[in-house]
Design a protein around this ligand. Structure first.
Ligand code: FES
Ligand SMILES: [Fe+2]
Length: 349
């Protein structure tokens, strides 16, 4: 290990930056229309808008004329028009029109930054790095797949992203969610790790078995749930998180770290209908109808989990700000691996 990487490894994980050379999720597809929205990824304010062809664009959220937010403006054809004096910017951030330009004046030579952005699997993925992206966004193959029912919850917490990732990787915190009956009695079995990811394999008890057509109602009625053993795998695939509990559940957490003490993330839960082979023989339109009708089936469960987790995560952050020198006691070695990965990714810069 070089002396520089030693310095990073010694660095306080709660003050780490992000590695910008990854795809982050900044919004849901449905949030972005021709009316721009402002989002923030690691202190960078970005205006997202959809052009007349439905294409998404991401520009620095700053009009170079007077430095106001471009996200207050509107999309006109492929361009973004500032609300204040109506200057317009194309999708690569060049000023292309000023409504009151005199005949003897030239367009100002001002350009703002634009970002690589993709719309995929229901979300807007943005690459905040300065280099050309060489990777693809993490895929959510279940999003369009007819055998999966999706539920989406938004996490907004006043805490560094490391607290959220540690919460998601430490399955011993099932204790916190007892009333929601998500999982129980987790035991860490082993960990696989490399330069990009940490996979922690737990054995746990699951309350859910989705094998009868009525099983889906376990999401609404706790009395129908029965404990049984299932593998519980959680993976930190930098900078996002994925988990599977047995065959019936898959959960993603897609991150958008805002700054050192704020994190936004999207939690996407998929319930599998794979066990219902009879259902798979039905016409596509009907299967799509079922998928769409059941969208959000796990909303209450997911929102409940988020409220409980966010409270703990924010308390950790507050305690840290009051006593940054205080050390935690860590018994879960998956968290040691996760901290190492977070530091390594920043170390690469
Ligand atoms: S501040 Fe944007 S056009 Fe003037
Ligand atoms: Fe949790």
């Amino acid at each position: 290990m070089s002396s520089i990487s030693q310095t990073v490894q010694n660095r306080d994980v709660r003050q780490l930056g992000i590695n910008p050379n990854h795809w982050y999720v900044v919004a849901r597809s449905t949030e972005v229309t021709t009316q721009p929205i402002g989002v923030i990824i690691w202190q960078q304010a970005i205006a997202l808008y959809r052009d007349s062809q439905g294409q998404i664009h991401a520009l620095e959220d700053r009009c170079p004329h007077r430095q106001v937010k471009l996200s207050h403006g509107q999309a006109i054809a492929d361009e973004l028009e500032c609300a204040y004096h109506g200057w317009r910017f194309n999708s690569v951030g060049e000023c292309v029109a000023v409504p009151y330009l005199a005949a003897n004046q030239k367009l100002p030579n001002c350009q703002i930054r634009h970002y690589p952005v993709k719309e995929q699997d229901g979300f807007i993925w943005l690459f905040p790095g300065d280099i050309e992206p060489v990777t693809e966004p993490l895929g959510l193959p279940e999003w369009e797949h007819l055998n999966y029912i999706a539920t989406v919850a938004v996490i907004k917490c006043n805490a560094h992203y490391s607290y959220l990732i540690e919460n998601l990787m430490d399955m011993y915190h099932g204790h916190l969610h007892q009333d929601l009956q998500a999982w129980a009695q987790a035991t860490l079995q082993d960990i696989d790790e490399d330069a990009n990811r940490v996979d922690a394999h737990y054995q746990a008890q699951s309350y859910y078995k989705i094998d009868k057509i009525w099983s889906i109602s376990q999401l609404f009625f706790p009395a129908l749930r029965r404990l049984h053993p299932e593998p519980l795998d959680v993976s930190y695939i930098y900078p996002h998180w994925v988990s599977t509990l047995g065959k019936d559940f898959k959960i993603y957490c897609l991150l958008c770290p805002v700054n050192e003490t704020q994190t936004k993330a999207y939690l996407i839960h998929f319930t599998s209908l794979n066990a219902f082979w009879r259902l798979h023989k039905l016409p596509i339109w009907f299967r799509r109808f079922i998928k769409n009708s059941l969208f959000g089936a796990a909303q209450k469960l997911l929102d409940g989990l988020v409220i409980q987790d966010v409270q703990m995560i924010e308390e950790e952050q507050q305690a840290y700000l009051q006593n940054p020198q205080r050390r935690n006691y860590e018994l879960n070695r998956a968290l040691v691996s996760v901290q190492r990965l977070m530091k390594d990714r920043v170390d690469l810069l």
